[in-house]
Write a protein that binds this ligand. Sequence first.
Ligand SMILES: [Zn+2]
Ligand SMILES: [Zn+2]
Length: 97
Amino acid sequence: MLAFPCDICERSLCERQQLIALALGYDEDTFCPHCLAQKQGIDLDTMLQSVVTYIHSRDCFKKPWVALANEACPLLTLNQPCLCKPLMDTPAESVVL
Ligand SMILES: [Zn+2]
Ligand SMILES: [Zn+2]
């Protein structure tokens, strides 16, 4: 299910991307991971690594995250690029269930 577009670039966010924003504390505004990394002044890969590690350390984020792992990303289904792809390929170290 697609929900809100990013407040900055208006890119559509899938649920996994929304969860990333939530995990980073953005629960009122909606930002895509690209814009979040830019806001924080770090590169996207670094941010994703640390946020995925954080998500796995918190049950309240880990549960929905793990549940999403079984769902096809709606963006990828529409042949649109999405971070889900690299995230799903993230090495086991940060994807310990
Ligand atoms: Zn954005
Ligand atoms: Zn996605």
